[in-house]
Design a binder for this molecule. Sequence first.
Ligand code: FE2
Length: 166
Amino acid sequence: MIASHIAQLLNEQVNAEFYASNVYLQLSAWCEGEGLEGAAKFFRTHSLEERTHMDKIFDYMAECSVPITVDAIPKAPSDHANLMVALKAAQEHEYKVTAMIKNIAKQSFEAEDYTTFNFIEWFIAEQHEEEVLFDKIMDKARILGFEGQPGQALYIMDDYLANVQH
Ligand SMILES: [Fe+2]
């Protein structure tokens, strides 16, 4: 039996993962418009990944007979000054998701809901990987001296993002 406040947090996470998926999908669309095909591919793949996170929580809630509500998803930001701004926005978004996941871990542990605590541990590891990924991307940008301006560094960043390991 899952406590109602934990069920609510899980439901919020389902919708947050959906939103994250849309954030990345919209970023991919923005990149397509800018001719950044490597970055577009990176964000598109990431969008699908977020969708699988949603599915994972959805399945867990269904297994535990917790009611699920798919809410209206807010519109994702669609305009970005440049690729660096877009990447920073994505990184900031990951920090927010990490905080939400950690809160579920905290609340489930405090509620002695060790089943949910154990379930959410996978997401803690996943968020760690996401943060490592964006740190790696930011390191690459720093090494290149890339701050969003058009030119060779942008071309290299776009190429790098096409092949970066998720
Ligand atoms: Fe996620």
